[in-house]
Write a protein that binds this ligand. Structure first.
Ligand SMILES: C[S@@+](CC[C@H](N)C(=O)[O-])C[C@H]1O[C@@H](n2cnc3c(N)ncnc32)[C@H](O)[C@@H]1O
Length: 278
């Protein structure tokens, strides 16, 4: 399942930002992360840039610098804020300026920006405190634009992952079973609603909008099994458990002929900073 766990009843999924060990676990293998995680649609980057009053971008949870490099290529200056020093080091090697902190505790030191973006990272940030901090650092008319990849694998692959995960991590709060019965986008709507509610509660923004970009990507068995260990729900699995899970998913992909096509929807929840503070 996706880069964020489907929202279900138990606390870490309803409030993933409280699961700090998982939130800051992606740096276990930054090279794998950067090599395998998908880039963001160019149309998404272009729309955010066009909808912002200038080129100064703050990238919250920049990780290894995937979207930061894309915004730089689109002509922006980008500052990353990233709590995991291992991810920050990797991003810096790719030319991205990064300060190590959670967004909630980061000190803007009076700096202001035209856009605050977050690539598949805002669910790890307190939605109200994060939006309030974004309002603090955005120029009037500046855009808050957290976005997330939601991916829908074929049922055979989804089922194999859910089944293997249930077997190797029966007590995990990050259930991966929801996708077997409901489309991934449906599972993500509560998260998107929560992000929009956080923006409304923080105040100082226009009414949030949802922008959606649909695309597809073909994966071989090798490519998908290379990316799977980077999912937040899997970063802390013991090596033998991870191997068992990959074996189960790999067998499902083999049965499909060794490759499959993933459907992605990359969804932006966005609002512009009001001209005046409330
Ligand atoms: C799934 S990764 C996304 C990385 C990158 N944006 C991308 O799309 O490839 C989530 C990132 O958010 C960072 N993160 C977790 N909690 C955070 C917080 N409170 N403030 C800022 N970043 C946070 C993690 O360390 C991790 O690098």
């Amino acid at each position: 399942m996706p880069t964020i766990p489907p929202v279900q009843a138990r606390p870490p999924e309803n409030e993933p930002h409280r699961a700090r060990q998982t939130a800051e676990s992606f740096g276990i293998d930054p090279g794998r992360y950067d090599r395998t995680r998908p880039r963001y649609p160019d149309a998404l980057v272009e729309r955010i840039v066009a909808g912002s009053p200038g080129p100064d971008v703050l990238d919250v949870g920049c990780g290894t610098g995937i979207e930061a490099r894309q915004f730089r290529a689109a002509g922006c200056t980008v500052l990353g804020v990233e709590p995991d020093a291992r991810m920050a080091d990797f991003a810096r090697r790719g030319g991205v300026e990064v300060e190590v902190a959670t967004f909630e505790t980061w000190d803007p030191a009076g700096r202001v920006f035209d856009a605050v973006v977050a690539g598949t990272a805002w669910h790890w940030v307190d939605p109200v405190a994060g939006a309030a901090k974004a309002a603090q650092v955005l120029r009037p008319g500046g855009r808050l634009a957290p976005f997330h990849h939601v991916f829908q694998s074929p049922p055979e692959v989804t089922e194999a992952l859910a089944e293997a995960y249930r077997r190797v991590a029966p007590d995990s709060p990050f259930g991966l079973s929801g996708q077997r019965t409901r489309p991934a986008l449906d599972l993500y709507q509560p998260l998107f609603a929560k992000i929009a509610d956080g923006i409304r509660e923080a105040g100082g923004f226009s009414e949030p909008q949802q922008w959606r970009f649909d695309w597809e990507c073909a994966y071989t068995r090798k490519q998908w099994l290379d990316q799977l260990p980077t999912l937040g729900a899997l970063t802390q699995l013991a090596p033998d458990k991870l191997a068992e899970l990959l074996e189960g998913v790999g067998a499902a992909i083999d049965a499909m002929g060794g490759s499959f096509t993933m459907s992605y929807a990359t969804v932006v929840i966005t609002a512009a900073r009001a001209d005046r503070r409330p």
